[in-house]
Design a protein around this ligand. Structure first.
Ligand SMILES: [Ca+2]
Ligand SMILES: [Ca+2]
Ligand SMILES: [Ca+2]
Ligand SMILES: [Ca+2]
Length: 198
């Protein structure tokens, strides 16, 4: 979706998904030659460190989600913390927020092929009524049901030591707008459809 096209040793990936009423379960296999986390602060330029990015639009509505929760772009960092952009702060500045309670993430290298990572994610699906306010604390993730359709896309930000990420690879071949395919963090219109089947 942006950056250079990596060789298969530099980055390659594949995934599969299961579901039950409570969660989506992602099994992701990532080959990445160098794991890199240059910014220790989880909210600081997290997209320029290696991360797995899960895009979810609970009601498959599409539309803009950059500064709202119409859809989510969960950046899962190498320390398994989860970041998205919320509504702007009161002073108008961008509000990067940790949403660690939305999913569980664990990854391990393989003993036989140490550059191959098995990354597992169990993700609760929140609707567009999710807010950051504590008076909404009782809000629950939605219950997933057979036949439900969600907006979904999976991506990986690969950086092997540069200032900015080198490759941003996604599960969707996005139609560029003004030459730009890096649109998933702005609009859910470019997501795929994920239908829950038996
Ligand atoms: Ca790489
Ligand atoms: Ca980082
Ligand atoms: Ca939505
Ligand atoms: Ca990397």
């Amino acid at each position: 979706m942006s950056g250079s096209q990596p060789t298969t040793d530099d980055f390659s990936g594949r995934f599969k998904i299961l579901w039950d009423a409570e969660q989506l379960y992602l099994l992701v296999e990532v080959v990445d030659n160098i794991l890199f986390d240059q910014h220790a602060d989880p909210l600081h330029f997290y997209w320029d460190d290696d991360c797995l990015e899960v895009f979810i639009d609970e009601d498959a509505s599409g539309g803009n989600h950059q500064f709202n929760f119409n859809a989510f772009a969960y950046h899962i960092a190498l320390d398994n913390q989860v970041v998205d952009i919320g509504p702007n702060k009161q002073d108008g500045s961008t509000n990067f927020v940790l949403l660690n309670e939305h999913l569980n993430s664990i990854w391990r290298r393989r003993e036989s092929k140490p550059h191959k990572i098995i990354w597992e994610v169990a993700l609760r699906v929140y609707g567009d009524d999710f807010t950051l306010y504590s008076n909404n604390k009782n809000q629950q993730p939605v219950t997933l049901t057979l036949g439900k359709t969600l907006g979904f896309m999976l991506a990986y930000c690969d950086n092997d030591g540069s200032k900015e990420r080198e490759s941003f690879m996604g599960s969707t071949d996005i139609k560029p707008v003004n030459g730009d395919k890096n649109l998933g963090y702005i609009t859910a219109d470019v997501f795929q459809k994920l239908k829950l089947i038996e």
